[in-house]
Design a binder for this molecule. Structure first.
Ligand code: ATP
Ligand code: MG
Length: 275
């Protein structure tokens, strides 16, 4: 058995090296997910990235379930976050939670935001995922444009998107991977020549909020930078949404009344009691 097994393993390796997708799937998927996992953990990062692209999220989920908990985190971090989120939603929620518990707040919030809602809700309940982070107050109705567009093209696009957008005052510039690479204001766009490329008028000095950031810290950023909206990104700088100043006003109000209650509680204690 051992020898036959070695032979099969070699076949899988060869298929991977030669980038034979169909052959790889045929040889790999017939072995038990545990054995798949044993093969997987022996691979270089380069090969692992190929494997992610050759298998479905569901198939990767099977492998992840069979890997030691402490080791799985690194694999999820190296996957495309959107793919990783799909893998999480294809795993039993409690297994996902165990892995997410190994991660920092930022990473957890990122994955939960991208995940399909049903899976995310289930996981959040188990995680006791705290509300009051940037991710919980953002909206996804922003206007995105591309570097290689002209001002005229961007304006056309803006006209189409404007009715559904939370604000049109800022336009966010994305690369092909949806990473935030620039920002410009509506004013910048209007005053630009029609043929000017977005790349030329956008600012690359971007102030962005991590999706897991506490809402009070987000409020502080609005006070510090005076923008009408701030973009929200995951830990790989993918644009997830925006927070507008009107949403943050509610947070400030909430905060102020909390502080007031605390203050009231303290001064109560200072009062000599009547009883
Ligand atoms: P100005 O203050 O110069 O009159 P404005 O009123 O049109 O400009 P502001 O809201 O003050 O617009 O924004 C000024 C500039 O800040 C814009 O040109 C825009 O490119 C840039 N900007 C907007 N959002 C961000 C952000 N999140 N990070 C960095 N820069 C940003
Ligand atoms: Mg201004």
């Amino acid at each position: 058995y051992e020898e036959k097994y070695q032979e099969h393993w070699m076949k899988i390796e060869t298929a991977l090296e030669n980038e034979q997708l169909d052959e790889f799937r045929e040889q790999f998927l017939v072995i038990h997910p545990y054995d798949q996992a044993m093969f997987f953990i022996e691979q270089s990062k380069e090969n692992r990235l190929i494997i992610y692209s050759y298998l479905s999220p569901e198939e990767i989920a099977e492998i992840m379930i069979n890997i030691e908990l402490e080791d799985t985190k690194q694999y999820f971090i190296e996957m495309d976050p959107r793919f990783a989120a799909m893998v999480f939603s294809d795993m039993p929620a409690d297994d996902s939670v165990d892995i997410l518990n190994e991660m920092n707040k930022e990473e957890v919030a990122s994955f939960l935001t991208i995940m399909d809602k049903e899976a995310a809700d289930e996981i959040k309940q188990l995680l006791h995922y705290e509300e009051k982070t940037a991710g919980s107050i953002m909206t996804t109705e922003y206007v995105a444009v591309f570097k290689a567009q002209t001002a005229e093209q961007a304006m056309k696009h803006l006209k189409k998107e404007a009715p559904g957008a939370e604000t049109i005052y800022y336009l966010y510039v994305l690369n092909d991977d949806k990473q935030l690479v620039g920002v410009l204001s509506l004013r910048d766009l209007i005053i630009a020549n029609e043929s000017t490329m977005i790349e030329e008028i956008m600012s690359e000095k971007i102030v962005a909020v991590s999706v897991g950031k506490d809402q009070e810290e987000v409020a502080q950023m609005f006070r510090d930078y005076d923008f009408l909206a701030l973009p929200v990104v995951d830990f790989q700088n993918h644009l997830l949404g925006i927070i507008t100043v009107d949403d943050i006003l509610d947070v400030m109000e909430e905060e102020a009344s909390e502080d007031y209650s605390k203050l009231a509680a303290i001064s109560d204690k200072d009062q000599p009691s009547d009883t």
